[in-house]
Design a protein around this ligand. Structure first.
Ligand SMILES: Cc1cc2nc3c(=O)[nH]c(=O)nc-3n(C[C@H](O)[C@H](O)[C@H](O)COP(=O)(O)OP(=O)(O)OC[C@H]3O[C@@H](n4cnc5c(N)ncnc54)[C@H](O)[C@@H]3O)c2cc1C
Length: 399
């Protein structure tokens, strides 16, 4: 049997795992990235906020996907509910806080291809393409066992394998959360009118309907609906779906052409009770699953990757055991992840709720945000660069 070793092992090569692998290996830490071969293509796009773009730039990834990304200069929230207490339309412009753009939207297939290409340039990064079947934690090391019989030992294991994390289970870390009575449909579309670098989130009673710019006259759509509605919508032809999108977006983007494929994602919110324990840390959706509202999920995952990269590289350079950073990592990531999850959960539940005081609190919050410039700017700054999490990569510094 093939037994390998590395200083750090990462399980899962989604965008979070790949970013952590690049951060570590480009700073000279011997890293192994173990992941199943990719299956099918990801239809999702990622609206990456400015800090995420800076981190990808500092890691040499952004240059490889920038041409496929569209800037997000304005974000609009439109209350599209038929309710008595409707919120005013709120518009956030990046120029109000001195930025050219809040971030960029890029299709996940281009982002992952850029991460893969950069990972392929790093001599300190070992790749193992296999399914991980067991994670064993001992005193001085973690052993990862693969389906094909290979085993790898490392001082630190990073669980980046998404919702069903074996690293999380091996470290006996529980997840807390619940499902929402909502499902997201996600697909891309072409349109006859320009989007003017503006993302528009229509708040409907079943959830948000969000159009985010892609390069030229294309946008991505995340369409949150009642699960009972999914069957009907899935049966629509592309032409019928285009008419549905045009109606729901009030023809704002003109004539719509729906692109295949379409993705369906039941919505959940889940957080690990700890983000690290012993020689295991969790990043990305292995640590937190969040509804696709306000573009938070992968931005959080990239801040996880940047933080563990910074801690493990510092430990490696100081000659310390990289397996001893998990408590510090947990403390550093908790406030950021918890505050984002709470904000998204509250916003989503205020949409779903028939409870009048909650609806009026939401309408009042959006009204104050619209009217009070300093409040609006503080919200924008916090959205782009959270006070609780500013790892070096997010500030554009290398490790
Ligand atoms: C509709 C939708 C729209 C979204 N839009 C945005 C957005 O605009 N901005 C944003 O920031 N976030 C967004 N998100 C969230 C974002 O897509 C996720 O946070 C992100 O894709 C999670 O990446 P990850 O690397 O943590 O996990 P994953 O992408 O799930 O990667 C996990 C990897 O681990 C591998 N793996 C799992 N188990 C094993 C095993 N046992 N052995 C080997 N390999 C394994 C898997 O094959 C996979 O490759 C959106 C989500 C949805 C549903």
């Amino acid at each position: 049997m093939n037994h390998l070793s590395a200083e750090v092992a990462i399980v899962g090569a989604g965008p979070a795992g790949l970013t952590a692998a690049i951060a570590l290996a480009s700073a000279g830490v011997e890293t192994a990235l173990i992941a199943r071969p990719p299956t099918g293509s990801d239809v999702r796009t990622s609206a990456l906020l400015e800090g995420s773009v800076r981190a990808l730039d500092a890691l040499g990834v952004w240059r490889l996907c920038r041409e496929h990304a569209a800037p997000l200069r304005v974000m609009r929230i439109v209350d599209d509910t038929p309710r008595l207490l409707r919120a005013p339309e709120v518009c956030f412009a990046a120029s109000e806080i001195g930025l050219d753009a809040f971030g960029h939207n890029v299709e996940n297939r281009f982002l992952v291809a850029a991460l893969e290409a950069r990972a392929g340039e790093l001599a300190a990064l070992k790749r193992i393409e296999d399914e991980v079947v067991a994670v064993e934690i001992a005193d001085g090391q973690v052993t990862i066992r693969c389906n094909g019989g290979a085993a790898l030992s490392a001082r630190l294991a990073i669980g980046a394998e998404g919702r069903h994390s074996l690293c999380r289970a091996a470290a006996s870390i529980d997840m807390r959360g619940r499902s929402y009575p909502q499902t997201a449909l996600a697909f891309n579309l072409g349109h006859s009118r320009p989007h003017h670098d503006t993302s528009t989130e229509f708040h409907a009673e079943a959830g948000p309907f969000t159009l985010v710019p892609l390069p030229r006259r294309r946008s991505s759509l995340v369409f949150v609906v009642d699960p009972a509605e999914v069957a009907r919508l899935s049966l629509l032809s592309d032409t019928e779906m285009a008419a549905e999108v045009e109606r729901r977006s009030h023809s704002m983007l003109g004539k719509i052409e729906v692109e295949a494929p379409r993705g369906v994602f039941p919505l959940r919110v889940e957080t690990a009770v700890r983000f690290g324990a012993g020689r295991v840390v969790l990043i990305g959706e292995a640590a937190h699953v969040i509804a696709p509202i306000g573009a938070q999920g992968l931005n959080l995952g990239l801040r996880d990757a940047a933080t563990i990269g910074e801690l493990a590289v510092a430990a490696h350079r100081d000659g310390h055991d990289v397996g001893e950073v998990s408590d510090r990592y947990d403390r550093m990531r908790r406030a950021d992840a918890t505050s984002r999850m709470l904000a998204v959960d509250l916003l989503n539940r205020s949409l779903l709720s028939d409870f009048l005081p909650l609806q009026s609190a939401r309408a009042a919050g959006l009204f104050l945000t619209d009217r009070i410039g300093p409040l609006r700017r503080a919200i924008m700054r916090e959205g782009v660069m959270p006070w609780a999490a500013r790892p070096r990569l997010m500030r554009g510094e290398t490790l």
